[in-house]
Design a protein around this ligand. Structure first.
Ligand SMILES: *[C@@H]1O[C@H](CO)[C@@H](O)[C@H](O)[C@H]1NC(C)=O
Ligand SMILES: *[C@@H]1O[C@H](CO)[C@@H](O)[C@H](O)[C@H]1NC(C)=O
Length: 756
């Protein structure tokens, strides 16, 4: 293969072909037959009692809607209203935005939502929110910010806003890492040496840029909370502040990746004012991470005890910190794009380099061809890398194959209770944790391992995300933690975290079930070697004679941090509920927990437990279920971190709670679970779920590319409606400029540039 295969577009490619390619993208999948609308509706009316049928029929109905010409069906009036009329001449006074937002609220009163008789699923029948798409020109300080949503139905319209604008705001460097120069830090920890992109130590890892303030009207997250987790909620990020330091918005000739030059870019130069446009042509990320670690070695807990005591760089009395690996699963055939490159540069720079080596990023490249001698022959391995990974990432990439897993775990697993996917137990689909377990066993220098995937993006500084999630999870008590983690936290509905904790405690008590505490006991349970020796994983603070049992687990690092609730899969309707293998069949199926989306942080000891359960006890469960279930069985600390998740529509909050906490005892598990295959559609309008339609739309709008807005009759759907956003709209005098959003996770991001 030629060099250009690293990236889909060669350096000389222009973006002129974009528009014709874009047209193709707008076509909807042609999988369903168009059906007359009235027929479908009659059918729906007839089957009101059967949710399953309703949803299947609705899906067909919507697909058929997508295939019908939609001209004349748009809510032109609403679209007009959100088309902000911004008048630069009026700087300093209230603008049309005020009027516009007022009109929106009137519009909403005229059409109260939801339509109680609508047979459409919740996530479709509510009105779309518009506040996400306001731009930088509507930036206000946090104190003046009013979200478009959530608000209770009886609440006054928040849209009597005054926007004063006196020029495009200026972003400032954003630092999420501790202030390593501060007296406080120096007093407690070892010195942190600056890390550089290049061997010559001329180019320090850059910082990203943020804007102080929030874009007026942007909705607040419905699940989770910035402030609870310690994430900044008073700043927003645009595409240039986020990715400009890593190559967005400048040409290949200048060492960038060119994408972003095809979007609106007023005032974007600011992000290069201190560093210039950094040339990434010759960066070797493995080398950069290694140099960074070597110069900061004395900061970290040494895994081979002896040598560190004699090290003169070792100052007594100073605390050492542990290290975390970020392990990203990629595969042969993965379509590398400029945007993917930017995202991984950001991860390495923010997590590894700017933290002085606290984190280290690794790729696990899945080689699907089991017959390739990737270990026998270095040249073959290099060839696989050359063909599948951009050179800058070669030195952080390890190759693996499913046959290798068969070699490490030559286990004759027993039967599975159920195997809905009918796939092989050593395959990545059912056992994505195998390569991670192996990685942890061969890389014991880390205490924690973030399992990550390439179609996830964090709009913000990755260090802030991973660090704050870790700290928050550490601060959580083990009392009631499994029950809290089984429930979506909806701050505007549940109140404060203390309110939520109290609520869950009451619900658990009312349910008559005992809260989970310590290792789960069940018939036929086998013990680990450590357990046979009398060890267990509970901290001293949880002992019977501990002074304050409510402090049990407080200050203990979590063994598992998930990004969706950890739910009881029993009777939950989740497809892989019984994909449980190797347990003695005369006994009932063991208790299980699962968290959808495998992105999570696992401790080394959890991975050791999983490893031993795999090779010695011959147990296994489906990828998303194994880590949480192992934590449950062995009394490890598992936490769902309620990170901010947004909804694309104006759901009634009561309905949100019903749909997402509609399982057993008001949790997300058991019968009525949102992870039931017939309920999962509710997640399509969220910013973080594997089947989300909203995440991609919002992300691409934020990147500056126009998207179909999904507005239209019967709630609209992905790919329907009107083309909104993008260069022309963001540049227009009436527009509010490019998007600037509070930090958030988005998933899945399957495409970014319109050419893809
Ligand atoms: C919903 O249906 C009921 C019963 O048919 C009717 O009384 C009610 O007015 C309807 N509500 C709306 C908003 O159309
Ligand atoms: C939260 O707790 C406070 C203090 O106990 C109480 O006043 C408030 O009503 C609670 N809020 C909710 C939503 O339960």
């Amino acid at each position: 293969m030629e060099q250009s295969s690293f990236l889909p577009r060669s350096k000389s490619s222009s973006f002129s072909s974009t528009s014709s390619r874009r047209e193709e993208k707008l076509l909807l999948p042609l999988s369903a037959k168009p059906q007359p609308k009235f027929r479908v509706r009659a059918l729906l009316g007839h089957c009101l009692y059967r949710r399953v049928i309703i949803w299947s029929v609705t899906a067909i109905f919507l697909l058929s809607m997508g295939l019908m010409a939609s001209s004349g069906l748009h809510h032109d009036r609403i679209l007009e209203l959100v088309d902000f009329k911004y008048n630069k001449q009026d700087a300093g006074t209230a603008t049309d935005l005020e009027t516009v937002l007022l009109l929106i609220s009137q519009e909403m009163e005229e059409n109260p939502v939801p339509d109680e008789n609508s047979t459409l699923p919740n996530w479709i029948r509510y009105k779309h929110l518009d506040g996400y798409f306001n731009g930088l020109k509507a930036l206000v300080p946090l104190r003046d910010y009013t979200p478009e949503y959530p608000r209770a139905s009886h609440e006054e319209s928040p849209f009597t806003l005054t926007i004063s604008y006196s020029g495009l705001p200026t972003p400032t460097p954003y630092v999420a890492q501790p202030d390593y120069q501060s007296a406080e830090y120096i007093e407690q920890y070892h010195e942190v040496k600056t890390c550089y992109l290049d061997k010559e130590e001329a180019v320090p890892a850059p910082s990203l840029y943020a804007y102080n303030g929030i874009v007026q009207g942007q909705p607040e997250p419905v699940f989770g909370s910035h402030s609870l987790l310690g994430l900044r909620d008073d700043v927003c990020f645009d595409r240039f502040g986020r990715y400009g330091p890593y190559g967005l918005g400048y040409s290949y000739e200048d060492g960038g990746v060119e994408v972003g030059m095809d979007t609106e870019q007023e005032g974007s130069k600011e992000v290069w004012s201190k560093t210039g446009k950094i040339n990434y042509d010759l960066v070797d990320w493995g080398d950069a991470q290694d140099r960074c670690y070597q110069s900061n070695k004395q900061r970290f807990v040494s895994k081979d005890g002896q040598e560190s005591a004699k090290d003169p760089a070792n100052k007594p009395g100073l605390k050492k910190i542990s290290r975390t690996a970020v392990v990203i699963r990629i595969y042969v055939g993965f379509q590398w794009t400029e945007h993917a490159v930017l995202n991984f540069r950001a991860m390495i720079s923010e997590l590894a380099l700017r933290s002085g080596g606290e984190y280290e990023v690794h790729f696990l490249l899945h080689v699907r061809d089991n017959n390739l001698p990737i270990w026998a022959d270095g040249e073959i391995a290099q060839q696989v890398l050359d063909e599948n990974v951009p050179p800058e990432f070669h030195t952080i990439c390890a190759l693996w194959s499913e046959n290798q897993m068969r070699l490490f775990y030559p286990v004759r697993f027993g039967t599975s209770f159920k195997n809905p996917s009918n796939r092989d137990i050593h395959g990545v689909y059912r056992s994505a944790h195998f390569p991670l377990q192996h990685f942890a066993m061969t890389h014991p220098q880390y205490d924690h391992y973030w399992n990550w995937e390439m179609d996830m993006r964090w709009l913000g500084d990755y260090y802030e995300l991973f660090d704050r999630l870790g700290l928050w999870a550490k601060s959580q008590s083990r009392i009631g933690i499994w029950e809290r983690s089984a429930k979506y936290y909806i701050p505007h509905y549940h109140g404060s975290w203390d309110n939520f904790t109290e609520l869950v405690r009451g619900e658990t008590e009312a349910s008559g079930r005992s809260p989970v505490f310590g290792p789960a006991l069940f018939p036929g349970k086998s013990t680990l070697r450590a357990e046979e020796r009398g060890q267990n994983f509970m901290p001293a603070s949880c002992a019977y004679d501990s002074e304050d049992v409510s402090r049990c687990g407080v200050g203990e690092d979590a063994d598992l941090i998930t990004l969706n609730p950890i739910f009881d899969t029993e009777d939950s309707g989740w497809v892989f509920d019984r994909d449980v293998t190797g347990y003695d069949r005369p006994y009932p199926i063991p208790p299980r927990r699962s968290a959808i989306v495998t992105a999570s942080r696992l401790s080394r000891r959890l991975l050791e437990v999983m490893h031993e359960e795999t090779w010695r006890l011959h147990h296994n469960m489906f990828s998303e279920m194994f880590p949480a279930s192992m934590a449950l069985h062995h009394g490890l600390k598992a936490v769902y971190a309620p990170h901010p998740v947004y909804l694309d529509r104006e759901w009634d909050l009561e309905a949100v709670n019903e749909a997402f906490n509609g399982g057993r005892d008001h949790s997300s598990g058991g019968p009525g679970s949102p992870f039931d295959q017939h309920n999962e559609h509710n997640h399509k309008g969220t910013s973080w779920y594997y089947n989300s339609e909203f995440a991609g739309l919002l992300w691409r709008r934020w990147l500056g590319y126009p998207q179909m807005d999904g507005r239209g009759e019967d709630g609209g759907r992905n790919g329907k409606g009107t083309l909104r956003g993008g260069r022309e709209e963001e540049e227009s005098e009436e527009g509010t400029g490019r998007l600037c959003l509070r930090s958030m996770l988005v998933h899945p991001i399957k495409r970014e540039h319109p050419d893809e």
